[in-house]
Design a protein around this ligand. Sequence first.
Ligand code: PEP
Ligand code: MN
Length: 268
Amino acid sequence: MNEYIKLLQKQDKLNISIDKNKTFNWKYTKIAGPCSVEGPDIVDIAKNIKDLGANAFRAGAYKPCTYPILKETNGWKEGLREKGLRLLKLVKEETGMPIITEIMDASMIDRVSDVADVFQVGTRNFQNYTLLDALGKTKVPVLLKRGTWGTIDEILGACERILVGGNENIAICLRGVVGMPSYRHVFPSIRWAPDLMMIPALKELTNIPIIYDPSHSTGYRNFVKPISKAAIAAGADGLIIECHPTPDKSISDAAQAIDYNTLGEIFN
Ligand code: PEP
Ligand code: MN
């Protein structure tokens, strides 16, 4: 084991008890929602998803895409942005569910925390140190998604960056990593390799809750249920799953979106 990990292990701060969490209980979290807020029907979608057992709602108002100009449609341009936040506020009022949504930049802290109970840091910002330092100075819980390239040191280092700022309310989200070329000819939507072994590896080093994302890590809806089970079997504390009433029509990440039925099966 390298010397940095040994140091991290000795730090009490990394041994955060899930029970100490006052504002958001990560244990057994069932987070779901469509990839992004697509319109006013988000309120009905959230009600349905709550009925299926979700205890937190996640949808992106800001939705950084790999290509910025591919998917402009009806005011949706890498998300509905401010309008998306307003709709998420309605979801919160109507369902009472905690809201998780992506923050891309420190300048967005006030705007997003007005709606969000939890900031999601997306893969692309996993090592955005100015953002992580700024989130460390807030008290808002952070769901930090692993960069598709992130080593175990980089995961722990990114967490430490938020922790040393004073914000201990964090969870790590594993969402798949680079390297699945052998699947691509048959399953073209598969972009990432599930990173299941990182669950027990991190559990050995830290008590930071681990949330598993079987949607991005598989990229293909038929694999979401089996990989959800595998993640829980491997010790994940919770799941974050993309679900849409008409999965094929999702503006973003359609191939991995599951329908209500499948979500219900997984959550039960
Ligand atoms: C998402 O959660 O919808 C998302 C874009 O995830 P990631 O940042 O892991 O790619
Ligand atoms: Mn997505």
